[in-house]
Design a protein around this ligand. Sequence first.
Ligand code: SF4
Length: 197
Amino acid sequence: MPIEAFRTGFPGTGVTASDLAVVVWALPQTAATRRDHRACAALPSRRWSLARHYGEAVNDRVRDRLVRALVDAGYPAVAPVRLPAFGRATSERFGIASRWSERHAAYTSGLGTFGLCDGLITERGKAVQFGSIVAAIDLPATPRPCGDRTAYCLRLSGKECDACIRRCPAGAISAEGHDKERCFAYIRETTMPFVED
Ligand code: SF4
């Protein structure tokens, strides 16, 4: 939760959850990256791999700079994924999960809704990387344009669509949803060794 992340960075503070704002942004992939990636079937394109790796490094700098700018202006702030406490855990209810999810922060902030595949679908599609920070600052909440948590997913909105089921090279998506363990194993055992080569 935002307050837990905040208190990790500022222990002993009297700040409460209602004093906090979560600022979330989306960094979209370029048309060239989407074009190259679209042509791939089992393994990621070079552009996508580079954007995933170096794009996240850029995203970390955005997080750090925004936190620094806010702290310097007198608003205590943390970037949850930059905290030492950030990491993955396995829960009985949700399986493998991050201690802070940029996608869930983006959903809560009205940037999109979840698809059958668990990806977050924004108004501009889902080839985006998200970032967020938590700050003790009074900001007006952005109105949420989307309906329920799966409003932008065609299939979960009652229309015909199985594109992600057919497209997933790991066979990790079915009518029942996203098999996280299968997805995780494919990334670790197939995608990562390929990209690192
Ligand atoms: S079912 Fe269709 S709309 Fe929903 S996540 Fe999969 S590809 Fe996207």
